[in-house]
Design a protein around this ligand. Structure first.
Ligand code: NAD
Length: 319
């Protein structure tokens, strides 16, 4: 195997040894680097193994003349300029499934924390106040859940909701597979049907030019009064201003979010963060024991395959 200059970005300390056990000469960065820092420190990189906060922009791609592979240890790849990379013949790989159940489980952690008032209850007891009054929750059994994007994560959410919580589940996807509907216990619906009929809506489509601000003022107007919105996909799928407006008017009862717009500058979300009917986790849905292990092992086996054959198993072919 011909050695290449491999640069790993955004590696947590706990994961360094796993990387070095496979690529002992890899250069490892734990911090998120800016475009200019990537260019200044790693302009001789041949393989970049990134995560979602590294801006692999046109500027970066053009400034790294030896770059041949960008392997992102994530499902989403909207942090990579695919067009610029393709124009330069750079191969892009992602990790399409490092454990979709892990994200689906977090959907219910968020949802139940929100509608069963777990966060408020905990705050109350931590102030030595042990009273239930004022913390009435909402039950899931019998409610209708709408899933937008019935892919790996959405399907897991559908199954947990229908079989675990006895909810009715509707799902919208641009591609439909009747076998999925049977196996994961849901019915396909149009977007408008989801907006009109669902008590809770959970987003699981990718962020693409076509899905940016999919949940905007117009979509929110079509939703049921008192709808609960969960977003564990990407912040940009929701128009934050429209979300805040919907929450203020109580059209949206609660929002439970793992992703927001401008995650790198949370101050820009101050108004949303401070709303009492919103709970937000800092993009941790993916972050669990077995998912982290799979994320590294899948990305590294694709890098090895690329070094041996020039091809990858999980080539990104999206928009
Ligand atoms: P997936 O590719 O398996 O599923 C996405 C589904 O969305 C596909 O079925 C696709 O057909 C559908 N889709 C595409 N465009 C659509 C549109 N306009 N409207 C409705 N559906 C559309 O991906 P996945 O593994 O289920 O992940 C979904 C998203 O979750 C990822 O794109 C990523 O952004 C996000 N994600 C977040 C975390 C986190 O930690 N919060 C972790 C992993 C993934």
């Amino acid at each position: 195997m011909k050695p290449k200059r491999i640069v790993f970005l955004e590696v947590e300390n706990e994961d360094r040894d796993e990387v070095l056990s496979v690529f002992p000469d890899a250069v490892i960065e734990s911090e998120v680097l800016s475009e200019d820092e990537i260019i200044r420190k790693h302009n001789d990189a041949e393989i970049l193994c990134t995560f979602i906060y590294s801006p692999v922009t046109k500027k970066v791609i053009h400034a790294l003349p030896n770059l041949k592979l960008i392997a992102t240890r994530s499902v989403g790849y909207n942090h990579i300029d695919l067009k610029a990379a393709r124009e330069k013949g750079i191969v892009i790989a992602n990790v399409p499934d490092y454990g979709s159940h892990v994200i689906a489980e977090h959907v219910f952690a968020l949802l139940l924390s929100s509608i069963r008032r777990v966060v408020e209850g905990e705050e109350r007891t931590s102030r030595m106040k042990f009273e239930f009054q004022g913390l009435r929750g909402i039950a899931l059994k019998g409610k209708t859940l709408g899933i937008i994007g019935a892919g790996r994560i959405g399907l897991n959410v559908a199954r947990i909701a229908s079989l675990g919580f006895l909810m009715k589940v509707l799902a919208y996807d641009v591609y439909q597979d009747p076998d999925h509907a049977l196996e994961y216990h849901f019915q396909y619906a149009t977007l408008d049907e989801i907006y009109e009929k669902c008590d809770i809506i959970s987003l699981h489509c990718p962020l693409l030019p076509s899905t940016k601000h999919l949940i905007n003022g117009e979509a929110i107007r079509k939703m049921k009064d008192g709808v609960v919105i969960i977003n564990t996909a990407r912040g940009g799928i929701i128009d934050t201003k429209a979300l805040i407006k919907g929450l203020k008017s109580r059209k949206i009862l609660k929002a439970a979010l793992d992703v927001v717009e401008h995650e790198q500058n949370i101050e820009e979300n101050k108004e949303l963060v401070e709303m009492e009917n919103v709970i937000i986790t800092p993009h941790i849905a993916f972050f669990a024991d077995d998912s982290m292990h799979r994320m590294y092992s899948e990305a590294m086996s694709d890098i090895k395959l690329f070094m041996e054959t020039g091809a990858v198993k999980h080539a990104v072919v999206g928009e």
